[in-house]
Design a protein around this ligand. Structure first.
Ligand SMILES: [Fe+2]
Length: 135
């Protein structure tokens, strides 16, 4: 196995039930893609997991943004900008994987990008969770 799976643990909890549930599912989707890459699964399974992950990220980010809009979260502009850039880069990396297969370079890129998301969860999403809990 080239890249190990991710785990949803206490460190990732934001304290908001909706966000936490979606993060859990997001990590499952990430793991599914990593598994498909690691096991050199067939093209169709790869395309499917890539599509699912990109869609799920889109959906989840818009849910977070809606919660921020509804609560008047002061950090919304920066948070939204992060989401926009993140989606764009994720799509670029995953489309290269879909095109030319899971090369080591792309797997490393993908893994780095997943780590960026994990660190966003443990910092920015936690701030958001704390803000939402004060409402
Ligand atoms: Fe976020």
């Amino acid at each position: 196995m080239l890249i190990s799976m991710y785990e949803f643990n206490e460190k990732l909890k934001t304290g908001n039930a909706i966000i936490d549930k979606e993060h859990q599912e997001l990590i499952q989707a990430v793991n599914k893609l990593l598994e498909a890459c690691n096991e050199r699964k067939g093209r169709s399974s790869m395309d499917e997991t890539i599509k699912f992950l990109n869609n799920y990220v889109q959906q989840h980010f818009s849910h977070e943004e809606l919660l921020q809009e509804q609560s008047g979260y002061p950090g919304i502009a920066a948070h939204k900008l992060f989401h926009e850039n993140y989606k764009k880069t994720l799509e670029e990396i995953t489309s290269r994987i879909a095109d030319s297969g899971s090369t080591i370079t792309e797997l490393v890129n993908l893994n780095k990008h997943i780590r960026v998301l994990i660190s966003h969860i443990t910092t920015e999403d936690k701030k958001l969770g704390a803000f939402l809990n004060q409402q």
